[in-house]
Design a protein around this ligand. Structure first.
Ligand SMILES: NC(=O)c1ccc[n+]([C@@H]2O[C@H](COP(=O)([O-])OP(=O)(O)OC[C@H]3O[C@@H](n4cnc5c(N)ncnc54)[C@H](O)[C@@H]3O)[C@@H](O)[C@H]2O)c1
Ligand SMILES: [Zn+2]
Length: 375
């Protein structure tokens, strides 16, 4: 049996179920929310090879027939062309209003399938079966769906809540360690935003989470989803509190844009660096004791996550990064909006961060360490 958690959004409320070997029992859970007996499973090649048959079998056991659509893996799949081809394929099979879309995969599949579900026949129900740690603690919860445009990431999308999220921790065993670590960064984010007790717990249990121990993973995912669900329930469409979830993300997005959203820097790695920079900026503004920054940096180092952009490459263009902040819809004259912190578990949104201060911080943090020629 999985642990259940409810996202309270009135008539759009739904459950997140977290636990081991849920995929094999997916038919039971999905049947509880399905309006009909037909489903379309959207997945990618990597996840499809590993888990598609198990899911199709589990649905079949409960009388739900499914059409699988297998897409190429990777961020490039979140595009207009794939969205079009996905939706045309679904339509070829003559769906009706009761056809259920099931997203089986990481954030790429969840975002794309959720977006397609939101506009197919003006909205089909969908279920998220996230298979990366990042998707289990973040992208599958909260109902943000999107594809990318040539003008930027996630610029085309909708707020559209799933009917159910099934987070099976067992499927994380096949996830490459680097992806698991990147997902862990979002887990840590919830602790740093407003849960110092969770940070203490993570300090004790990070190794178990990263090794894939089911008990520790289930706990970490549940606490993370509960944190996100609470914020989403209060601010579904990101007009206020939901912005806290962007802790570390303004820096992260700029770093990712500069590295081209590829293997050079995964999103979670960028978030780890971004959270360190947010702490460093808060220390510089005398909002946060330096010891708190050091605690966070020590934890990141223990886990094997980067805390400085210099861990990724030596030469960064500060002005290019500043440009990204300005484009990030977060400018008011000479001020920028950042999520800052007064310490671990004490994040808040600040609309009045001076651009110049941020520039100075970056210049200091991005200066390569001088070669010690005396040695
Ligand atoms: N909607 C939101 O609120 C939200 C929040 C955060 C991130 N996102 C989006 O999520 C996306 C990133 O998601 P992601 O990190 O899950 O990446 P992803 O979906 O690309 O998955 C990462 C890689 O892992 C593989 N994979 C997935 N599950 C696996 C498993 N169990 N075993 C082995 N391999 C597996 C995938 O095939 C892929 O190659 C981005 O597009 C980002 O914009 C959305
Ligand atoms: Zn993120």
């Amino acid at each position: 049996m999985g642990e259940r958690l409810r996202v309270e959004l009135g008539s759009r409320s739904y459950e997140i179920i977290v636990g081991e070997r849920l995929l094999a029992r997916a038919g039971t859970y999905v049947a509880q929310v399905a309006r009909g007996n037909r489903a379309v499973i959207v997945t990618d090649e990597n996840v499809g090879t590993l888990y598609l048959h198990r899911l199709m079998g589990a649905l079949e056991e409960k009388g739900i027939g499914s059409l699988p659509i297998v897409l190429p893996p990777g961020e490039q799949t979140k595009c207009f062309a794939q969205a079009e081809s996905l939706m045309e394929t679904v339509l070829e099979h003559k769906p009706d209003r009761d056809t259920l879309i099931v997203a089986l995969g990481g954030g790429v599949i969840g975002d794309l399938a959720g977006f397609a579900a939101s506009i197919l026949l003006r909205g089909l129900d969908y279920v998220q079966i996230p298979t990366t740690l990042l998707a289990q603690v973040d992208s599958s919860v909260g109902g943000k769906t999107a594809i990318n445009s040539r003008h930027g990431k996630n610029l085309i999308g909708s707020f559209y809540q799933p009917r159910l999220v099934l987070a099976d921790v067992s499927v994380l065993s096949s996830l490459p360690r680097r992806e698991r670590l990147a997902g862990y960064s979002e887990v840590l984010k919830y602790a740093l935003i407003d849960d110092a007790g969770f940070f203490d717990w993570l300090q004790e249990h990070a190794a178990e989470v990263l090794e894939g121990k089911a008990g520790a993973l289930t706990r970490a995912i549940l606490v993370s989803c509960r944190a996100k669900a609470a914020i989403v329930a209060e601010d579904e469409r990101e007009s206020g509190k939901r912005a806290l979830l962007n802790f570390g993300h303004t820096f992260a997005h700029a770093l990712e844009a500069e590295t081209g959203y590829g293997d050079a820097l995964l999103h979670g790695e960028a978030v780890a660096i971004g959270m360190s920079l947010a702490f460093a900026l808060s220390v510089r503004m005398n909002l946060c004791p330096e010891e708190e920054l050091l605690r966070v940096m020590r934890h990141l180092a223990q886990c094997g996550l980067p805390s400085s952009p210099l861990a990724v490459r030596a030469n960064w263009d500060v002005e290019a990064l500043m440009e990204h902040f300005s484009r990030d819809k977060k400018v008011r004259g000479e001020s920028l909006t950042f999520v800052l912190t007064r310490g671990i578990g004490k994040a808040f949104v600040a609309h009045d961060v001076e651009k110049e201060l941020v520039r100075q911080l970056l210049i200091e943090h991005l200066r390569p360490a001088p070669l010690d020629i005396a040695k």
